[in-house]
Design a protein around this ligand. Structure first.
Ligand SMILES: Cc1cc2nc3c(=O)[nH]c(=O)nc-3n(C[C@H](O)[C@H](O)[C@H](O)COP(=O)(O)O)c2cc1C
Length: 401
C-alpha cells in the first residue's frame, strides 16, 4: 500500500478490486444521494482555526468511551455484507481494529456470524442489532451476542423501512438478486476477490443462515430478511431491549433533538448521531449539521457518538469540536478492506490517526479532551455546545455480559 496517501486512494483501489455491484452497494446513498453529499459538504464547510507557537510536542489520541480506553476516538461502524468487499471481511476488520486499539462493530446483516468472529478473534467486539418482526429471533441474537462476550449493543433505529439505492437496482442487487451476465464478466476480472470470497467461512447472512428454518437458498434468505424489517418498531421495543440487554446500550440513528431526549430518558448509555451514511431518508440534514443541536439539548447526560462522512482526521476534529466523544468510521474502512483486506483496514485507521494527530498539532491541542469549539473559526458560538456535550467523568465500565 505504498502509494496510498489518503482515504480517497483506498476508494480508488477498492473500485478496481471489488466487483462493481458490491463497490456500488457500499459507495452509494439512497435516492438522489442528496443527504450522502451533504454529509461531506457540510463537514468540509467547517473551518478549522490555525494556531501557532503552542508546544504540541507531546500529543495523545487516547480517550475513553463507555468507560473503556480507546487508542483514538474512533470505532469501526457496523456494515452489512462486509464480507462481500473481501472474503471473511468481518474477521479481518475486527483484527485490524483490535491491533489499533479501537472497537469494531459487527452488523446483524454480516456475512460472518457472531460465532465465527468470536472464534476467530478471541477479543470483545460490539454488536449491532436490528429488531425485526420476529422478536424471538432478535432475542436469540442478543443471547448469542451475550454468549460471545459482546458487552456493547448498538441498536440501530433508522431502518424500519428500507431506503432505495438506485445503483443497487441497476446492478441487480435486489431481492431476489438478479442474475446479470455483466456481473459475471466483472467478477471474472477480479480473481483475487473471487478467491477470497470462495474461501471464506460464509457467503450469505451468517447470523441468519442456519438459524431460521426453511431458508434453503440465497433467494429465500434475502426475501425473509427483507420482509422482517418492521415498520411498527417503536420506543416500547427500545425499553424492552434496555431491560433485556445486560451490557451497554448505544442507540444509533438519532438525528433529531426530541428523539435524542427520549433516548436519554430511556437510559441509553450512548447515542450515535447518524443518518445511516445517507442511505435512508434522502433530503434530511447532514449528521454534522444536527450534532451541535443534539449536543446542546442533551448536554452531558449521555455520551454522544457521531458518524456520516468521516474521511479525514480533520473531520474527526470537527465532530469532536461540535460535541462528539468519538466517531464511527464507515466507508473509509470499507474501502480499505476492499483495497487490501486486513492491511487495508489497518491502513485506513492509520491514515485517520496520523491526520488527526497533525490536525490537533496545527490547531494547537495536545489531547482529545482539549478539542472543543475553540479549534473552529467562529468557535466562540459553538464552544458552549461542544463543552456541554463533554461528559465530566466517564461512566464506569459495566460488568461484561
Ligand atoms: C455498505 C454499508 C452497509 C451498512 N450497513 C449497516 C448495518 O448493517 N447496520 C447499521 O447500523 N448501519 C449500517 N451502515 C451505516 C454505517 O454504520 C454508518 O452509519 C455509515 O456508514 C457512516 O457514514 P460513512 O460511511 O459516510 O462514514 C452501513 C453503511 C454502509 C456504507
Amino acid at each position: 500500500m505504498k502509494n496510498v496517501a489518503c482515504i480517497d486512494d483506498l476508494r480508488t483501489l477498492a473500485r478496481s478490486r471489488v466487483p462493481r455491484a458490491f463497490f456500488d452497494y457500499a459507495d452509494s446513498g439512497s435516492y438522489s444521494e442528496q443527504t450522502l453529499r451533504a454529509n461531506r459538504t457540510d463537514l468540509e464547510a467547517i473551518t478549522l482555526r490555525q494556531r501557532v507557537l503552542v508546544d504540541v510536542s507531546e500529543r495523545s489520541l487516547e480517550t475513553t468511551v463507555l468507560g473503556k480506553k480507546l487508542a483514538a476516538p474512533m470505532i469501526l461502524a457496523p456494515i452489512g455484507l462486509l464480507g462481500m468487499q473481501h472474503g471473511n471481511g468481518e474477521i479481518l476488520a475486527a483484527r485490524a481494529a483490535n491491533a489499533a486499539g479501537i472497537p469494531w462493530t459487527l452488523s446483524t446483516m454480516s456475512v460472518c456470524s457472531i460465532e465465527h468472529v468470536a472464534e476467530a478473534t478471541h477479543k470483545p467486539f460490539w454488536f449491532q442489532l436490528y429488531v425485526i418482526r420476529d422478536r424471538g429471533f432478535s432475542k436469540a441474537l442478543m443471547d448469542r451476542a451475550i454468549a460471545a462476550k459482546v458487552d456493547t449493543l448498538v441498536l440501530t433505529v433508522d431502518l424500519q423501512v428500507l431506503g432505495q439505492r438506485h445503483r443497487d437496482v441497476r446492478n441487480g442487487l435486489t431481492v431476489p438478486p438478479e442474475f446479470r451476465i455483466k456481473n459475471v464478466i466483472d467478477i471474472a476480472t477480479k480473481p483475487a476477490w473471487a478467491w477470497s470470497v470462495l474461501n471464506a467461512k460464509s457467503w450469505s447472512f451468517g447470523n441468519i443462515s442456519g438459524h431460521v428454518p426453511g431458508m434453503e437458498n440465497v433467494n429465500s434468505l434475502a426475501k425473509w430478511t427483507q420482509d422482517q424489517f418492521d415498520p411498527a418498531l417503536n420506543w416500547k421495543d427500545v425499553e424492552w431491549i434496555k431491560d433485556y440487554w445486560p451490557g451497554h446500550l448505544v442507540i444509533k440513528g438519532i438525528l433529531d433533538v426530541d428523539d435524542a431526549r427520549t433516548a436519554v430518558k430511556i437510559g441509553a448509555d450512548a447515542i450515535v448521531v447518524s443518518n445511516h451514511g445517507g442511505r435512508q431518508l434522502d433530503g434530511t440534514s447532514s449528521s454534522i449539521a444536527m450534532l451541535p443541536r443534539v449536543a446542546d439539548a442533551i448536554g452531558n447526560d449521555t455520551e454522544i457518538l457521531f458518524d456520516g462522512g468521516i474521511r479525514t482526521g480533520a473531520d474527526i476534529v470537527r465532530a469532536l469540536a461540535l460535541g462528539a466523544r468519538a466517531c464511527l468510521i464507515g466507508r473509509s474502512y470499507v474501502w480499505g478492506l476492499g483495497a487490501g483486506g486486513e492491511a487495508g483496514v489497518a491502513k485506513a485507521i492509520d491514515i485517520l490517526k496520523k491526520e488527526l494527530s497533525v490536525t490537533m498539532a496545527l490547531t494547537g491541542v495536545g489531547n482529545i479532551a482539549s478539542i472543543d469549539g475553540r479549534v473552529l473559526e467562529g468557535g466562540a458560538v459553538k464552544e458552549k455546545a461542544a463543552k456541554a456535550a463533554k461528559p465530566k467523568a466517564a461512566p464506569k465500565a459495566k460488568a461484561k455480559a
